[in-house]
Design a protein around this ligand. Structure first.
Ligand SMILES: Cc1cc2nc3c(=O)[nH]c(=O)nc-3n(C[C@H](O)[C@H](O)[C@H](O)COP(=O)(O)OP(=O)(O)OC[C@H]3O[C@@H](n4cnc5c(N)ncnc54)[C@H](O)[C@@H]3O)c2cc1C
Length: 371
């Protein structure tokens, strides 16, 4: 892990240039958080600070830490379930900007909108590496947190370094890809949630003469009319992913309540050999999806389990229901509270456990609530 400067252009040590107080940032008290999340539910923040530069981010974190104040870092709010009581501390909204492309080396500020980053690398620069991650909501800075992935690609494959403020050491550090400890929807940042605030993310993209990375996902290959493993024009890959995602309500659309979600609410369960054996003794599991996972484990599909346990698309009659387009997305139909959503989530988790003996785990981060 390298320590020191926040980005390559800085020449002074970070400690010398950091302000100690909040200057120029936007501070609001008792601020509603629901509109800042894609689920559009949850209570207010005692204090909401919006930071536009790395210095402002770090100063805000330091001030909260010095005061012993609880801190929640907020990007696009697309992977959060905030409890109805809200957050009794400082919510730090990261609104930093920066997109620097040097050949195939890309550095983006944490506050950049991820889908726009992908759009620019593909359509403006014909580069591959993150094209299958099109349309994923949220900020660039959150992508390493849960190792964002879709359609056979994940950011762990292209991230070279993450520049972060280390709250424990009170300094800016640069973590290599290996130091980020990426795994399926997980990373060092998720394992130590109160330690790092991501400031910048660096990627190594691919210049394949306008071609994508090899297509790994059967559904994308089918839609493009090619075989898995083939490459297509990078813009065609990007466009196809957006079409597929839109059909599942996985591209944000304020007018469509099926997208008032946090994306997939449960991760795909990864079963040990013994757990998988026991799972396969249950009736109806002969055709359950099964993919090899590290350490002899097997990954199965949360969507398949939920559907077969009796919770089909659109399940539910209250203000929170399953999406009518995707079994894995729990949605707010307009007036849901966090509790409404959690009641539904618990019903589904318990139903899957009863039917298949598998414990579903939530993917979004819970704030002040638990499943
Ligand atoms: C419709 C929809 C589709 C989705 N599809 C996918 C998908 O295909 N694949 C996938 O992986 N995810 C998907 N998601 C989930 C979500 O978009 C991603 O997890 C995204 O990276 C979250 O980014 P965010 O900025 O909104 O994070 P937030 O929701 O604001 O925060 C999520 C977590 O990250 C932390 N965090 C945010 N920014 C920082 C930072 N700069 N430093 C440190 N911690 C930070 C927060 O404290 C919180 O713990 C989807 C969500 C929705 C609503």
């Amino acid at each position: 892990m390298r320590r020191g400067k926040p980005c390559r252009k800085d020449t002074l040590s970070f400690r010398q240039v950091l302000p100690r107080t909040l200057v120029g940032v936007l501070v609001e008290n008792d601020a509603p958080l629901a509109p800042l999340t894609t689920l559009r539910l949850g209570g207010p923040a005692r204090r909401l600070v919006t930071a536009h530069t790395d210095d402002e981010v770090i100063a805000a974190v330091r001030e909260a830490d010095a005061a012993g104040e609880p801190l929640l870092v907020l990007g696009g709010g697309s992977n959060l379930v905030i409890g109805d009581a809200g957050f009794p501390g400082t919510v730090l909204r990261i609104a930093t900007e920066g997109f620097v492309l040097d050949g195939t080396a890309l550095e983006v500020a944490a506050g950049e909108t991820w889908s726009e980053v992908v759009h620019r690398t593909v359509l403006d620069h014909d580069l591959a590496g993150i094209e299958f991650l099109a349309g994923i909501p949220g900020s660039a800075g959150a992508t390493p947190v849960q190792n964002v992935g879709a359609y056979g690609q994940e950011v762990a494959q292209s991230i070279t370094e993450v520049v972060a403020y280390d709250r424990a050491a009170d300094e800016v550090v640069t973590l290599s890809n290996a130091e980020c400890a990426f795994s399926y929807r997980h990373s060092r940042f998720k394992a130590e949630p109160d330690r790092y605030v991501v400031l910048r993310v660096r990627f190594r993209l691919e210049d394949n003469g306008g071609l994508s990375t090899p297509i790994r996902y059967a559904e994308t290959a089918r839609q493009l009319g090619v075989e898995q493993g083939e490459r297509v024009a990078v813009a065609a890959a990007w466009n196809t992913v957006l079409l597929l995602r839109a059909g599942k309500g996985m591209v944000l659309d304020p007018a469509d309540h099926d997208t008032w979600s946090a994306g997939s609410f449960f991760t795909n369960p990864v079963l040990t050999a013994a757990q998988y054996e026991s799972f396969r003794t249950r009736p109806g599991t002969e055709n359950a999806p099964a993919y090899p996972a590290p350490e002899g484990c097997t990954k199965t599909s949360a969507a398949w389990l939920i559907d077969r346990a009796g919770f089909g698309k659109g399940y539910g009659s209250g203000p929170a229901t399953l999406s009518t387009k995707h079994t894995l997305a729990l949605t707010n139909r307009g007036s849901a509270t966090a509790e409404d959503l959690l009641v539904l989530a618990r019903e589904i988790r318990d139903g899957v456990r009863e039917a298949f003996g598998v414990e579903l785990v939530n993917e979004p981060v819970m704030v002040g609530v638990a499943l």
